[in-house]
Design a protein around this ligand. Structure first.
Ligand SMILES: *Cc1c(COP(=O)(O)O)cnc(C)c1O
Length: 229
């Protein structure tokens, strides 16, 4: 199957149910992204700032760029002019830097809080308590150029469907609690970024609003995902 075939199949499954399809194009060269673009894909996810900036410069300007990997504060400035959504916010310090760079660019940057749900040591993210503490803090309330539009999670790298379902369910339940406690009046808080190639179907059943799909569109990457996260 071609990239175009993969995208059209996935779009039916996702966008047909109101779920946004993010094409995760990390490690793929710009001409491969262009193939996806020509098949109608406009939303791309990258996990490396430098790689994203290089591709953004080369590719059409109506692409929506999503940062899905760990972000270092000192790199925020490079993506602040164009980024559509940062999925991987995992500290107040990072959020403060995003706010500062957003202000410099006279814009508001949409962000998701990345919540730790996996049964693994290697994944980044905030614990439930840490996320609540962040949202309650005075320092957070002072930020005017960022907008938290939802939560993101990466499930355990496992074939155990019951475990995946439980991890997504737990995050969705937490999402509902956060919505009620902190964003009741904000319609913009509505995104739940869960699901990748191996588990997007389970994630959609558990309320995902955006799935981050790489290998099912572009084929296997040469580097295992845990090395380029
Ligand atoms: C690489 C990556 C994906 C996509 O992984 P696939 O298994 O190729 O679909 C999704 N989310 C994050 C955070 C990633 O780093």
């Amino acid at each position: 199957m071609s990239i175009a075939d993969n995208i059209s199949k996935l779009k039916k499954e996702t966008e047909g149910r109101g779920v946004k399809l993010i094409a995760v194009s990390k490690t793929k060269p710009a001409d491969v992204l262009m193939e996806a673009y020509n098949a109608g894909q406009r939303v791309f996810g990258e996990n490396n700032v430098q790689e994203m900036v290089e591709k953004q410069e080369q590719l059409p300007k109506d692409i929506e760029w999503h940062l899905i990997g760990h972000l270092q504060s000192n790199k925020v400035k490079y993506i602040a002019p164009f980024i559509s959504l940062i999925h991987s916010v995992d500290s107040l310090k990072l959020l403060q830097e995003i706010d500062k760079q957003a202000a410099k660019n006279k814009r508001i940057i949409d962000c998701l809080l990345q919540i730790y749900i996996a049964d693994e040591e290697t994944k980044f993210g905030l614990g439930f308590d840490e996320a609540i503490e962040l949202l309650r803090s005075e320092d957070f309330l002072a930020l005017k150029n960022i907008r938290i539009v939802g939560l993101m999670g990466i499930a355990t790298n496992t074939d155990n469907e019951k475990q995946l379902k439980d991890e997504f369910y737990e995050l969705h339940t937490f999402f509902n609690g956060i919505k009620t406690s902190f964003f009741r009046k904000e319609d913009s808080f509505k995104e739940l970024s869960i699901g990748m190639s191996s588990d997007y179907k389970i994630a959609m059943e558990q309320g995902s609003t955006m799935v981050r799909v790489g290998s099912l569109i572009f084929g296997q990457r040469l580097i295992p995902h845990w090395k380029n996260n």
